[in-house]
Ligand binder design. Structure first.
Ligand code: IPD
Ligand code: CA
Ligand code: CA
Ligand code: CA
Length: 278
């Protein structure tokens, strides 16, 4: 199967580049913004068009493979990770950035077999940075190898997180209380790119020590998860065990010491799973 997965990865890189070109050209053009679950959960025609392009192109080459795509799930498709080879697609990660022309927007394609992520492709298309990783073969940005930071002291670290799109005051309180705890450790700084995948690629690149978020989905993190691990980083659940892709929460860190330090500081609010029955 090894070569077949390489063929799949090469295809993912090619289609991500094509999709990224469409996204890049659509910034400031063709910007009809719609709302999904709330007025801050945005979607555009470009999100939908790009997801369709990726799925059509993959289906033509790998007709038996399964898909989980953000906009397909929004349209009623199931979000179930089976043992079947499955492509996990976020056509535009950072839609709010895209709508505002804030230049951190990524096309994300992850690929899992037997529920294990085998490769990930994150194309930060405005910056023209292609992040790629295949399990066991390292992580790269535009072909250059990536390595996480070796920092073990959280008070010498930058931590990334996001506000997400839940504006329920109780949820917002948890987000701020978590940020307050992290900030007061003290850390050097808190950052948020507005794209889960780009935050994770920053961890993989060694310029941010960790990223955590509650409320994300499997398509936000699947591709970048492989990139973080292959750059030497770790993925952890808020309770300290291994990250569960469908659990809607993640800590991605340069090492276990920093990840566990975050686990000790922050708490999660209940979030329904991606694969919860409808
Ligand atoms: C969002 C971005 C954002 C994160 C949200 C995600 P989208 O993805 O990754 O940074 O805070 O939780 O939903 O909707 O732009 O693909
Ligand atoms: Ca979205
Ligand atoms: Ca996303
Ligand atoms: Ca998206």
């Amino acid at each position: 199967m090894a070569d077949l997965w390489q063929e799949a990865m090469d295809h993912a890189v090619a289609v991500a580049r094509k999709a990224g070109e469409i996204v890049r050209h659509a910034v400031h053009n063709d910007m009809k913004v719609l709302c999904k679950s709330s007025s801050v959960d945005l979607v555009t025609k470009t999100d939908q068009k790009v997801e369709q392009l990726i799925i059509d192109s993959v289906k033509e080459k790998f007709p038996k493979h399964g898909f989980i795509g953000e906009e397909s799930v929004a349209a009623g498709e199931p979000c179930v990770l089976s043992d079947n080879p499955t492509w996990i697609v976020d056509p535009v990660d950072g839609t709010t950035n895209f709508v505002h022309g804030y230049p951190f927007v990524a096309v994300c394609i992850g690929f899992a077999v037997n529920k294990t992520l085998e490769f990930g492709v994150v194309y930060s298309c405005i910056e023209d940075k292609m992040y790629t990783a295949r399990r066991g073969k390292g992580a790269f940005c535009n072909g250059d190898p990536l390595q996480v930071s070796d920092q073990k002291e959280i008070n010498q670290s930058i931590i990334a997180t996001e506000f997400g799109s839940n504006r329920d005051p109780e949820v917002v309180d948890v987000i701020f209380s978590n940020m307050r705890k992290i900030l007061c450790l003290p850390v050097h700084g808190i950052r948020g790119a507005g794209s889960a995948a780009i935050n994770m690629c920053m961890v993989a690149s060694g310029c941010v020590e960790a990223y955590y978020e509650i409320g994300i989905h499997c398509w936000d993190i699947a591709a970048a998860a492989v990139i973080v691990e292959e750059a030497g980083g770790v993925l952890m659940d808020f309770e300290g065990g291994p990250m569960d892709l469908m659990s809607r929460r993640i800590i991605a860190a340069n090492n276990k010491t920093i990840a566990e330090r975050i686990v000790n500081e922050i708490k999660a609010y209940p979030a329904i799973r991606d694969d919860a029955p409808l």
